[in-house]
Design a protein around this ligand. Structure first.
Ligand code: C5P
Length: 262
């Protein structure tokens, strides 16, 4: 997860967008050598709940609970506590839920200092739940939205402007990272603090079906642009040979990592 990590598998999160725990367990078993992370999203969480997060952790992988929380601050804070207790290492909240909501999510896990930034790990702990590794990511603009869809919601400035505005809000509220499309990644890197985690879904290699994703890039492009963690779902999980496809993506991630250090 941290940027000095050399292994491409630490940069890959496979989205477990499946309807039940048995299917999720089968994918984790098949892919855990290729991916360091598995993402539990709404479909699986709605069917299996915290057991889905626990299944990932029990397999020795890191769990990313992508529930994209968006509610009043107190409710979101409670949900983040519950996800921490289940063993998640990353979770998501919508930045558009507002700065107070994002701050509440961060505070559920990490006490903030007087300027609103998370205190270093280990400092001021004791009041939080038992998962000091949980980091809160703010979702900026969904990668399924293009400029027209963003304007339709009433947000100005297109995808780029919306992502930047929500990213600044997330940083000021103390979020540990943000989710955005790979296309906004390079400009985001210029404004985020050094340890800020950038996560990018919307990953498609040439030849992959676009599905409902609108703002996409290849694995190598996303990594070269500064992404820390790629979320890949259907290109792997619906492939005839998921492990083989995951390996191709790891090879592409490795190219992107080389590109980034050049
Ligand atoms: O199948 P695909 O690779 O498109 O899956 C992308 C995953 O990333 C889905 O689980 C989706 O919920 C998630 N995601 C996204 N856009 C965001 C945040 C999360 O596509 N902005």
């Amino acid at each position: 997860m941290n940027r000095s990590t050399v292994y491409p598998r630490d940069r890959l999160a496979v989205a477990l967008d499946v309807p039940d725990l048995a299917s999720a367990r089968a994918l984790v078993g098949m892919l855990r050598a290729h991916a360091g992370w598995f993402k539990v999203g709404l479909e699986l969480y709605a069917s299996a709940g915290p057991d889905a997060v626990k299944a990932v952790v029990d397999a020795g992988s890191k769990a990313f609970a992508d529930l994209k929380l968006h509610d009043i601050p107190n409710t979101v804070k409670g949900a983040v506590r519950s996800l921490a207790a289940a063993g998640a290492s990353l979770c998501t909240v919508h930045a558009s839920g507002g700065a107070a909501m994002v701050r509440a999510a961060v505070e559920a896990q990490v006490p903030l200092d007087s300027s609103g930034h998370p205190r270093p790990l280990g400092e001021g702990r004791g009041e939080g739940p038992p998962s000091p590794g949980l980091r809160v990511l703010a979702v900026t603009a969904l990668t399924s939205l293009d400029d027209a869809a963003i304007a339709e919601i009433g947000m100005t400035g297109g995808a780029a402007g919306t992502v930047e505005r929500l990213l600044r809000l997330a940083i000021s509220a103390g979020a540990h990272g943000a989710v955005m499309s790979p296309r906004e990644c390079a400009s985001a890197r210029r404004i985020v603090p050094p340890d800020f985690v950038i996560v990018t879904p919307g990953i498609r290699a040439p030849g992959d079906a676009q599905g409902d994703q609108a703002r996409t890039a290849s694995p190598a492009e996303a990594i070269a642009a500064g992404s820390d963690l790629l979320v890949v779902g259907r290109p792997i999980t619906r492939a005839k040979d998921p492990a083989g496809r995951a390996q191709e993506i790891l090879d592409d991630i490795a190219h992107g990592m080389l590109e980034r250090i050049r």
